[in-house]
Design a protein around this ligand. Structure first.
Ligand code: R5P
Length: 326
């Protein structure tokens, strides 16, 4: 981390922080860390139409727009697009969109005929509106960075999650992925935690029904061991709960889940409550309501320091891969 004061000077006239309405609490923490004003720029007309006004002078300034495109996904996305357009028309020197949770990122390939690659469409809308850079945390698949020609810095939520996981003092730990797409992530966590073993749950998804999957088998020995189950997203919690219940049947001791983005849609909380999961550690990429943060099995950690440091380094030209992308 840079010395306080040294970066304050270099950021003095430079960056401008703007937020939409999706995650004001995270944006406020980022502004406090960077010792900068935060400009709230979005209101709405009576019919719901979004109205954006970015108050400060943006000429020759680097503007960072903080907005998760979480629920309501399309409203939050539209706010973001309009903020980018406003910044571009206000002659900003550079526009970085900081999208802690990037909605549509699960639709990152043509998995069947007659479907769009929605994540590519969203990324290109942002760039066409004027974004010069994208910053995300644990984008669903890293190759999405190739959808656009501008730099896309994808940070790892593990930077914030690993200290909280360490507090659990897991013994004889195995890191498990709830599906094959999560295997690289599980290996990364195992490396960061010094765990030598990984496990993989074999999941089959019904591509014709959203959020429907089943855990069918697994590879890896979990009997009498603590298991850290890692995923990028908890939506309806079907994936992690099915995986956890399968792992428990194979004799695991404690099961801790670490997931970056807690969407917690529909039956998610009830499923987690009734499951074999001992604890779920998530981050604040998505603004959580009190009934989620007060849930007895859920602990939330902040990515504010991770994002603040990334913003500071982007502005000052320092490396992000050093200590931030582990
Ligand atoms: C899927 O590939 C993702 O990584 C998550 O596992 C999935 O989106 C979680 O959804 P749900 O909680 O509804 O099973």
């Amino acid at each position: 981390m840079a010395q306080e004061g040294s970066y304050k000077r270099s950021l003095e006239n430079g960056l401008v922080l703007v937020t939409g309405r999706s995650n004001p609490s995270l944006a406020t923490q980022i502004a406090e860390y960077l010792n900068k004003d935060l400009h709230e720029s979005v209101t709405a007309f009576a019919d719901g139409e979004i109205r954006v006004i970015i108050p400060p002078n943006l000429r020759q300034r680097h503007i960072f727009i903080i907005q998760s495109t979480s629920q309501p996904v399309n409203d939050n996305l539209m706010e973001l697009i309009l903020m980018v357009d406003a910044a571009r028309r206000s002659s900003a020197k550079e526009i970085t969109v900081v999208v802690p949770y990037f909605g549509y990122s699960r639709q990152d390939r043509k998995e069947m005929p007659h479907v769009p690659i929605s994540s590519s469409v969203v990324a290109n809308i942002l760039v066409n509106a004027g974004a010069d850079r994208i910053v995300t945390v644990d984008i669903h698949s890293e190759q999405q960075q190739g959808f656009v020609k501008v730099p896309w810095d994808n940070l790892y939520g593990s930077y914030s999650l690993v200290p909280a996981i360490n507090k659990e003092k897991l013994k004889n730990v195995v890191v498990a992925a709830p599906d094959k797409g999560g295997m690289t992530r599980a290996i990364g966590y195992a490396r960061r935690l010094g765990a030598s073993d990984v496990a993989l749950v074999y999941k089959e998804r019904d591509i014709n029904v959203n959020n429907k999957s089943e855990a069918l088998d697994m590879i890896g020995a979990v009997k009498d061991r603590d298991v850290l189950l890692v995923d990028d997203i908890i939506d309806t919690a079907g994936t992690i709960v099915n995986a956890a219940n399968f792992i428990k049947k194979r004799g695991a001791r404690r099961i801790i889940v670490a997931a970056t983005h807690g969407l917690f849609s529909g039956p998610a909380l009830e499923r987690i409550t009734k499951s074999n999961i001992d604890k779920v550690v998530i981050t604040d990429t998505i603004n959580q309501s009190k009934h989620i943060t007060k849930h007895p099995k859920i602990v939330s950690v902040s990515v504010s320091q991770l994002l603040s440091e990334a913003i500071r380094r982007i502005e000052t030209g320092e490396s992000i891969s050093k200590d931030l992308i582990l």
